[in-house]
Design a protein around this ligand. Structure first.
Ligand code: VG1
Ligand code: CO
Length: 542
């Protein structure tokens, strides 16, 4: 039976950079999930009888939320739900399944790289029929709906057994529990030269992939060890755990430090890689050589033609604004266009759909292509494996050659986490207020050329998105960007992005923080970070 339940709005159900993210106890409040999911459905049109894809990263509360979503989808009139076995679907696999099965859309349960468990984070996001995150016009409509919602509809049927692949029924809706890996693995096999990668592993190439007890475990096991013949033990931490083993499933140099240390040691394998909670981020480290995500995007773009799925070349490259300009240099050389978008994968969707861009990336360890409409961690790893198999060179050699050809964009991001929200807002407001007067002034020996607040004009649908980050450009070509995170769940996170281009190959071997030391000092003094937030140094440096 379908029940109509009276409810009242919750404050703050505003989707951020990537969906609604809150602490688990917030989501556990009666009606909290239901209000948001009903608001999603109420913001959509003509989905009666259509297919909805549902899956998540396996974190704490995943199963409970999925049961609610399925029962509400049945009540709303969807014809079919495709749900990953065990409630599992990585974010890129969800995108793949939506596209392949021509679903109306999908609901992905994840808080990505944020910690999980009963006191950790949870999240819900809606993806549209192209497989990508809902654009702002939809997330805005969802938020508006959450403010006025008075009731939701839900079936009172029993829970679906999520652990058996097969077909069940709720009300008039079919529930199809699918293997979460199959469609995705098939897509990867169509893009990359699995034969060449198999030969690479057979020749003794050694790799370690850390799934960080998160969703990519089953995917990496099946593809790397199963199809590509990497030795058993190549993939570690491959069982998705509800609390990620108590760790942050964030593949950066802080939370994947063991992997980094291994790759810098004399026991280093040829390649180290990792992915995040929901499988859309990637970390790439060669023996003795970390590849910063902005560089990885540029190197993937420059070498993509080596993979069968991209052998005719790429149409364009898109990067988020804070991502370094390294990819732009590749686009220039290839004679293709590059696009600069606000932070968040939702802004790449139109460019990909219109065929303007083939490869996209963000400095936050996100890389992907037109094969789905999400960033894709394992895709990036397989692309690197394909490149290594084709070039038969080490990662460090490829990186050095790339810098020698294109120059090096020294790049770092400094995060100040859980800063007092009012202080962070004050800092940004102050910077914005000073924008007009900054040009021509000198700070710490560097002269400001121009400063602005990034606004994006979508070339496909004409939409305009403003206030996407304060950019300060200096006369020597370097740049500092300031923005506040839209994915955190406690206080504010100030992100400071620092970049300088170095054309001289004789100066490419410097340590990044040392190479950027003067800019880093300016990044702190210009907005008086310490005075305003009490923080004399960032919490995370990447
Ligand atoms: C962060 C990253 C951004 C990324 C987003 C979602 O957002 O900076 O590049 O798209 O996370 O990634 P913010 O607003 O906190 O800076 V994921 O892997 O968390 O879905
Ligand atoms: Co993620």
């Amino acid at each position: 039976m379908i029940r109509t339940v009276a409810t009242t709005p919750f404050d703050g159900q505003k989707p951020g950079t990537s969906g609604l993210r809150k602490k688990v106890p917030v989501f556990q409040q009666p009606n909290y999930v239901e209000n948001f999911v009903q608001s999603v459905f109420d913001s959509l049109e003509s989905y009666e009888g259509e297919t909805l894809v549902v899956g998540g990263d396996g974190r704490y509360f995943n199963r409970e939320a999925i049961q609610k979503v399925i029962k509400m989808a049945a009540a709303a009139g969807f014809g079919r739900v495709l749900v990953g076995k065990g409630g599992i679907l990585s974010t890129p696999a969800a995108s793949c399944v939506i596209r392949k099965h021509e679903a109306f859309g999908g609901i992905v349960l994840s808080a990505s790289h944020n910690p999980g468990g009963p006191h950790g984070d949870f999240g819900i996001k809606y993806n549209i029929g192209n497989g990508g995150p809902a654009p702002e016009r939809i997330t805005d409509a969802i938020f508006e709906r959450t403010k006025t919602i008075t009731e939701y509809k839900i079936s009172d049927a029993d829970d679906i057994d999520l652990d058996v692949v097969g077909i069940a029924r709720i009300e008039d809706m079919v529930v199809d529990v699918i293997d979460p890996v199959e469609d995705y693995a098939e897509l990867m096999g169509s893009l990359f030269d699995f034969g060449a990668i198999r030969d690479l592993f057979a020749s003794g190439f050694a790799m370690r992939f850390d799934a960080m007890s998160a969703v990519t475990g089953p995917y990496a096991k099946a593809i790397l060890e199963g199809e590509l013949g990497a030795p058993d033990g190549t993939v570690i931490n491959f069982v998705p755990l509800p609390d990620f083993g108590g760790h942050h499933p964030d593949p950066n140099l802080v939370h994947a430090k063991d992997l980094y240390d291994l790759l810098m040691s004399d026991k280093a394998p040829d390649l180290g890689a990792a992915s995040d909670g929901d499988g859309d981020r990637n970390l790439i480290i060669g023996r003795g050589q970390f590849v910063t995500p902005s560089d990885s995007l540029a190197m993937i773009a420059a070498n993509a033609h080596l993979a069968p799925g991209y052998k005719t070349g790429i149409a364009g490259i898109a990067r988020s604004m804070p991502t370094s300009g390294a990819a732009d240099r590749v686009a220039e050389k290839l004679g293709i266009k590059s696009y600069e978008t606000p932070t968040g994968w939702k802004f790449f969707g139109n460019l990909l759909d219109a065929g303007l861009a083939t490869v996209c990336g963000e400095e936050s360890a996100g890389t992907g292509s037109s094969h789905v409409r999400e960033k894709d961690g394992l895709w990036a790893v397989l692309m690197w494996l394909n490149i290594l198999a084709a070039r038969r060179q080490g990662v460090a050699e490829i990186v050095r050659e790339h810098w020698a050809t294109y120059g090096r964009n020294y790049y770092t991001r400094h995060d100040y986490e859980e800063v007092d929200s009012a202080a962070a807002d004050g800092l940004m407001a102050d910077l914005r207020g000073r924008l007009d007067g900054l040009a021509g002034t000198t700070v710490g020996g560097l002269t400001v050329e121009k400063a602005d607040d990034f606004a994006y004009h979508d070339p496909v649908d004409g939409s305009v998105t403003t206030k996407q980050g304060v950019r300060v450009f200096f006369t020597d070509g370097s740049r500092i960007v300031y923005r506040l995170s839209g994915t955190g769940t406690a206080g504010a996170t100030l992100r400071v992005y620092i970049e300088r281009f170095e054309p001289d190959a004789g100066k490419h071997a410097l340590e990044t923080q040392a190479a950027l030391a003067d800019l880093i000092a300016v990044s702190r003094s210009l907005p008086d970070i310490e005075g305003r937030t009490g923080r004399s140094a960032p919490d995370v440096i990447t």
